[in-house]
Design a protein around this ligand. Sequence first.
Ligand SMILES: [Zn+2]
Length: 379
Amino acid sequence: MYKWDVDDIRKKKAYILKRLKNVSNPLEEKKLCATLLSYHSILRNSSTIRYTWFPGILDKITKNISLQMEAKKYYPRIDNIFSSITPKLTDEYLTFLIKICRNLAEFPVEVRPLTPVSINDEVIIDVSRRFYESLEYDPFIKLSQKITNPDKKFINLESKSPHVSEQRKSIGLNIKDYLFNESYCMVRRENDLYDLVALNHEVMHGIDFQLRPRMVGEEHYGFHEIPTYAIDLVLLDYLDENGIYAEYTDEVRTNKKETTRNLAFKTFYRLQQRIEQTKNKRIFLGSDFDCTIADIREILDFSDIKDLLEIESYLIAEMIADRFKINKEMGMQTLKTLLLTPMPSDKTPSFEHIGIYPEEIIKVSETYYSSSKQSQIKI
Ligand SMILES: [Zn+2]
């Protein structure tokens, strides 16, 4: 029942290819190309198990080279869309990102598998809808109902794949239609509570996009996971409060925390290794930088920046979720402001408009191991 309408996507794809033949406006061309790439991704991910696990990270890596290469067969000019997406960070900001990454990167942890729990598709959709209703914000209610409406075919739920062995949790995917301002979600289920969290997460990506549609590269890259990570945590609290699968929520929380710690570990030591090899220095000696920011810039690539920003995003998401714990209205106010305020790509990222300052993010990263249960917020 929750499957994309592949025939409809094929028709839309043909329509775009036709329009691309006569396009003269560069902005329109960009929009058509980006949407073509999205349709291509939908078709690749629909119902064939061998593809469903592979590009699961696409909503995080917009600059996916392999997909671009394939899409170029259809339309050679497609790579214009992705130029200039890499964010330019000031020395100060980069120093800040590396510090928070180091604070989380103490040692790798084993991400424990989740307890199997079978939740049927209708229940997943129903719980997610009721969750968005509970937030009492009209656009959330309307958009979540629209995205999850079975007749609209925006959702694709794939069952557990026997061919993917070392998967620990379900994988979600959100694909944007820049032409019709729609959002397509997919979750490859693993039969644990993460199936529900992942679907709800992808719906939030959809709400975020449709609240304020924008093109690839129009805003600062790297913060699109803040509202979704925050909503993951708020959903888990909602499940606890309402006694819905409450016995499984803590392991999902732990899983998310451990995944972030491992990402930090992997990112920091990858940078450390390259600095040692090329400069014969360490990033930190004690608590001071041993190398310069210029040294780091030399070895830094797009995926390092992506990971560093994702780590920051997770910490900010935790801070937002903490506000919901104190007071739902306050949490919603923060989330709404975040969603409705553009983040220009040419400016240094700042979250001061939601009352979150770099010093506090550093503080949260310092206490990440010990507690991070108590809220670290400033209003
Ligand atoms: Zn996401």
